[in-house]
Design a protein around this ligand. Structure first.
Ligand SMILES: [Fe+2]
Ligand SMILES: [Fe+2]
Length: 258
């Protein structure tokens, strides 16, 4: 069973770039399940029903999110209704949406869990305790995790925490890919951050001028989503019949010109 995981899709340029790149990604990686982080899919911050639809149309089977998930109020009802969109599980239980799901893919029941890091981000419960609880209750043949977190130490630690218990831990949130994809000794594929799907002529997806002005002047600046040189970033994992990983391959490709 092969999983293709795509990092934070930033705005319209990211959505269009993903749609344009998916045919060749499908051909190359032959995914049974495609998971896409959509927390930046609406105008660069947040997600709406419309942008989620765009990601599903592009080929996503499941959409994960992160700290920007509640940016658009009109999406709250959608998050409660959507069967294949999840938000970090360790947010307050009463918040819109749910934190994990189980889907059929490649002949397996695949659990998908979304977690938020606790360092530098706001959570209701420890991601380590939360994932232990979920793994104790979920009925699945294998589990993959989107760990949406800020710092490398917490993300690397989560890989070791889950080694041998889940097929893969994909790091997201920083929008910058790391070069540490590997399979840990007990069979869990990990990567600290898969990066983003968006413009590389940018600072994390926004136009460099605005980001620079904000950093240099320390004044509020309206950020604009960057459009040029869109790349699709993620990782592909091969899951064996034991529900663990045989391999992980980083994905970093330029989106074909539209
Ligand atoms: Fe993001
Ligand atoms: Fe984030």
């Amino acid at each position: 069973m092969r999983v293709l995981f795509i990092g934070d899709v930033v705005g319209g340029p990211g959505r269009r770039g993903l749609a344009a790149a998916m045919p060749s990604l499908r051909e190359r990686h032959r995914p049974d399940l495609t998971i896409v982080n959509g927390e930046n899919s609406a105008g660069g911050i947040g997600i709406t029903e419309k942008t989620a639809r765009g990601l599903f149309d592009a080929g996503a089977d499941v959409i994960t999110t992160g700290n920007h998930v509640y940016r658009h109020r009109e999406a709250y009802d959608f998050l409660d209704r959507a069967e294949r969109v999840i938000r970090p599980a360790n947010y307050p239980h009463a918040n819109p949406g749910r934190g994990h799901l189980v889907v059929e893919a490649g002949g397996m029941r695949v659990g998908v869990v979304n977690l938020s890091g606790a360092v530098g981000l706001t959570v209701a419960r420890s991601p380590f305790h939360e994932v232990d609880n979920i793994l104790g209750s979920i009925e699945a043949d294998c589990v993959v995790v989107d760990f949406h977190a800020e710092v490398t130490s917490e993300k690397v630690a989560m890989g070791w925490h889950l080694d041998g218990r889940v097929a893969a831990v994909f790091g997201t949130h920083t929008h910058v890919p790391t070069a540490d994809a590997r399979v840990l000794p007990k069979g869990t594929a990990v990567i600290t951050d898969v990066g983003m799907t968006g413009s590389r002529t940018s600072v994390l997806g926004v136009k460099p001028n605005g980001a620079l002005e904000a950093l240099i002047t320390q004044m509020p600046v309206r950020f604009e989503t960057a459009e040029d040189d869109v790349w699709v970033m993620g990782a592909a994992v091969e899951v064996n019949e034991r529900g663990l990983a045989d391999s992980i391959e980083q994905v970093m490709v330029a989106a074909p010109a539209e």
